[in-house]
Write a protein that binds this ligand. Structure first.
Ligand SMILES: [Zn+2]
Length: 286
């Protein structure tokens, strides 16, 4: 049967498709990543707090500006979903979409986690990533994506018709409510699209569908961040475990994650300060 809606390609279809791709954002215009700056600060830094995130649960943590934090794999291969806020103003939060546009679909050392409008400034800089060797695999997958959102009970219910209460969205909501002493209803709107820490994902070659595959993370691996501003973090140990089979259920082995916060003993330069919010004047053409 012919498809009456099928559209025939125009004669110059190949020519149109051959237009060269142009990288949208000139990130070389941003301040360069200064590895030596962070390496110097990391010499002899001391632990100021540690949090264990239980499997299929989430925990909050705070990181003062100028300190570092690591998300560490412990016990088994496990993926984490990370939310970040300005600790002093929860309306400023991690903006995964703009981070993706400025850097790439997956982030690693040297990339920054940007905040939403109107601030649009680096909240954190990735200063070490033990999985940076992974790069891009034959399926086009990489690690630490900013393309997925977070597993959530609404999508799960629509697809499977069941209530599951330990999706990352719910875990992040519960942990934030508990940390701030507010209700679930007050906490939920603050939960946002995540950095999928250790998660290995991509888009299928043929249909461009979002896929996941078993994470290469192993106990001892970590990703390290420098806090550019005072941060409130919230990390969920995804019910998908290493996300090599399923998520949004209890069928996959799941392991804890550890968050370690470090304070440099080396003093920050006198002229160091948190990045300023975007300088856009806010007129919007009016
Ligand atoms: Zn999840």
């Amino acid at each position: 049967m012919t498809d009456s809606n099928a559209v025939v390609a125009p004669a110059d279809a190949d020519e149109r498709r051959a237009a060269p791709p142009i990288v949208c954002y000139r990130v070389d215009q941003l301040a360069a990543y200064d590895q030596a700056f962070y390496d110097r600060l990391k010499q002899g830094m001391t632990i100021i707090s540690e949090v264990i995130v239980d499997p299929r649960d989430a925990s909050c943590f705070e990181v003062p500006a100028g300190c570092f934090f690591r998300i560490v794999s412990v016990e088994g291969s496990q993926v984490g979903d990370l939310n970040l806020w300005n600790k002093n103003d929860l309306s400023e939060r991690f903006f995964s979409g703009k981070t993706r546009q400025l850097h790439a679909s997956h982030v690693t050392r040297g990339d920054r986690l940007w905040s939403n409008f109107p601030s649009l400034r680096p909240m954190a800089t990735i200063t070490h990533d033990t999985l940076e060797w992974y790069g891009w695999d034959a399926d086009g997958a990489g690690v630490h994506d900013v393309i997925g959102t977070r597993c959530d009970p609404y999508t799960n219910h629509r697809l499977n018709g069941v209530d599951y209460h330990h999706c990352c969205h719910s875990n992040l909501t519960r942990a934030l409510a508990e940390h701030l002493g507010i209700s679930l209803a007050e906490a939920e709107p603050h939960v946002h699209d995540v950095l999928n820490v250790f998660m290995c994902t991509g888009f299928t070659n043929d249909s461009k569908q979002y896929f996941m595959k078993a994470s290469p993370v192993r106990p001892g691996d970590y990703i390290e961040f420098f806090a550019e501003i005072d941060l409130l973090g919230d990390l969920s140990a995804c019910p998908g475990g290493n996300c090599g089979s399923s998520h949004s259920d209890d069928s996959t082995p799941c392991y804890p994650l550890k968050v370690v916060v470090y304070q440099p003993v080396v003093a920050l330069p006198d002229d160091w300060q948190s990045p300023a919010p975007s300088g856009y004047g806010g007129g919007h053409g009016t």
